[in-house]
Design a binder for this molecule. Sequence first.
Ligand code: PBG
Length: 308
Amino acid sequence: MAETALQPRRLIAPLFVHEGLEAPAAVASMPGVMQWPLAQVPRQAQQLADLGVGAVLLFGLPRTKDAEGSSAWAEDGIIPKAVAAIKHAVPDFPVITDVCLCEYTEHGHCGLLSPTGDVLNDESVERLGRVAVAHARAGADLVAPSAMLDGMVAGIRSALDAARAEHIPILSYSVKYASAFYGPFRDAAGGAPRFGDRAGHQMAVTNAREAQREHTADVAEGADLLMVKPALAYLDVIRTTRDRHPDVPLVAYNVSGEYAMLMAAVDRGWLDERRAVLETLTAIRRAGADLIITYHAASAAQWLAETD
Ligand code: PBG
């Protein structure tokens, strides 16, 4: 009678690749999550593929940052190198890349800034197009723009098409709330804004109807998959999205703060990790997500294999 199934192939595992590291570095606020040196990335991908996880989502930490985030679109940047290395080692394992500038700009914002410190929307979208093209040329299967800038999907679509990457789909972070739950990620990816916040382009926590307008706009611009992020405090938005956009694959991002909360309680012996994780992921599926980006991907895939 189970109405909802959770399978490893529905999970997407984020992976942090650090250009400046020789050995893996633990992320303090996310127990069990590491930043990986390039050399170890293929083996990590292989392990995830062996567990039946659906895909990997790559985030890059570059050696150098500047005001524009130019290392983000370098053809020999950390993400193109990581994509090529994974595709060489595990050719059939789907690789998704995060397309944003916040890990590459010295100020930590998701785009170029005006003299007054506001994100310059259209100039930034043009740069995101270059990033997506660099990732596609390296062999990425899918690009995931996360800046939530206006016109981002259309800009990236035309940049990809012009670069003969018409076949690369776009997973848009179509509904991304300005959330407190990204805090630990900003430690993991080194992309915290030095000043200000992202409330100018991310969604207000108060708004659910606006979320549907955002999805509709992104579908019109050519988004192939939609996203709701974070997941747990936004299960209502996931459900409404599933109902209002029944034809578009829907991804939910079980974000860093959700992972950190659960793992902190596990660490104190207050929650049973396996039960709490599988319940959480099942609930996100029940709300209507097809795919879940989660830092629990490897352990959940393992548990699911054991219970089969
Ligand atoms: C931005 C980006 C963020 C996350 C994914 N992509 C952070 C932000 O918008 O500040 C957060 C993911 C998480 O918290 O797990 N490139």
